[in-house]
Write a protein that binds this ligand. Structure first.
Ligand code: 2ND
Ligand code: ZN
Length: 353
């Protein structure tokens, strides 16, 4: 089960940030083209190393600081469209067959783009980059949780749903910015019969997960790793679940786990001690994701390869995680089913008994 072999099987990605997945060479070219002068270096290799180094700090706040440079070069429709096109190309080359890629339009308006123009440019790029590949890409529109534009961004998400936006999200520094600050935005999405996920249980613990589910009614949790704080395991390995952990497992709340990113931001102590091991064993609705391919230096295939190496996962685990992700996508039911039966299951034929 090499990384190359994992690249060849169909995979599904639910949690990937557009502004966290740029190619270093593209950042340098876009900085030049758009007059952005604040890059720490214009040497492509050094820049890639700089992003990974800056991100692997064990602090979400420090991790997020590196995004000022990616967002800094994504301030024109051409730049956003190019980054989205290359994102789709890179995911297709990694064997991803369905992806939901997220971005925060409010971060891309510094040079005069409107929120709608940002979304339009990203969707154009996704379409161009996925054309002729086996990849289906959809967008999630994110609001920044420390800002006060979430209702406006929720309206934007609903406005673009026929064109490829399948959901809404909040991201940014979690501590001090609880999900209930944005209740009106989540209620707007619900009234419009839309879908949303919330970054919760990453840099803050159970109260954030509880609010996301029981006050805001999130369809999925971004990360959600701290749900393990509501589980106790005795020395024999028997697990006892608290009420919230029971709820998350019982109603099959999808957990968008991002193992490497979680280590880099301090949400998990190491890959070996990452909660995914326990949660998968307890049959939570776990999915595997990249979060930020640039900052965390990963691909979806490399994340799976890391899990194979660390937890001894086999092809059946990868297929289970992939089907979990496809079931949890914000795509209509018939399309999810078609991808599972016509693409994912045949893609694992001969590998899983
Ligand atoms: O892991 C994360 N947690 C919280 N916020 C994040 C994470 N990764 C990226 N973001 C933020 C930074 C981006 O600028 C924003 C939109 O993609 O989302
Ligand atoms: Zn994220």
């Amino acid at each position: 089960m090499t990384e190359a072999a994992i690249r060849r099987v169909p995979k599904v990605l639910l949690h990937d940030h557009l502004d966290g997945g740029l190619r270093p060479a593209t950042i340098v070219e876009l900085a030049d083209a758009t007059g952005y002068t604040r890059l720490p270096t214009t040497d492509v290799d050094k820049l890639g190393t700089w992003f990974r180094g800056g991100a692997h700090t064990g602090s979400l706040v420090r991790y997020l600081e590196t995004f000022s440079h990616t967002v800094g070069v994504m301030q024109t429709p051409e730049a956003v469209a190019r980054v989205a096109r290359e994102c789709a190309e890179d995911l297709a080359a990694d064997g991803v067959v369905y992806a939901e890629v997220r971005f925060a339009p409010e971060l891309h308006v510094e040079q005069g783009m409107s929120l709608d123009e940002v979304v339009e440019a990203a969707l154009d790029g996704f379409r161009a980059g996925s054309a002729g590949t086996g990849l289906h890409v959809r967008a999630l529109v994110t609001a920044m949780r420390h800002q006060a534009r979430s209702l406006e961004i929720a309206e934007l998400a609903v406005r673009w749903r026929e064109a490829g936006v399948v959901g809404f999200d909040i991201a940014g520094a979690e501590a001090g910015n609880p999900p209930t600050r944005h209740l009106d935005a989540f209620q707007y999405i619900q009234r419009a019969n839309g879908h949303f996920t919330i970054h919760a249980g990453e840099a803050f613990g159970l109260p954030s997960i509880w609010e996301a589910l029981q006050w805001c009614n999130a369809d999925r949790l971004g990360h959600g790793v701290r749900i393990v704080d509501d589980i106790t395991v005795d020395p024999d390995g028997n697990a006892t679940l608290g009420d919230l952990a029971d709820y998350v497992r019982d109603v099959r709340v999808p957990l968008e786990m991002c193992p490497s990113s979680n280590v880099h931001t301090g949400a998990a102590p190491s890959i070996e001690r990452h909660p995914i091991g326990l949660l998968r064993r307890l049959h939570f609705r776990v999915t595997v994701n990249t979060d930020n391919r640039l900052m965390s230096g990963v691909t979806l295939s490399s994340e799976f390869a890391t899990l194979v190496e660390t937890f001894g996962y086999g092809w059946s685990d990868i297929r289970w995680l992939t089907v979990n992700a496809m079931k949890s996508a914000f795509l209509p039911f018939d399309q999810r089913l078609a991808l599972i039966n016509e693409v994912i299951k045949p893609g694992f034929e001969g590998l899983v008994p």
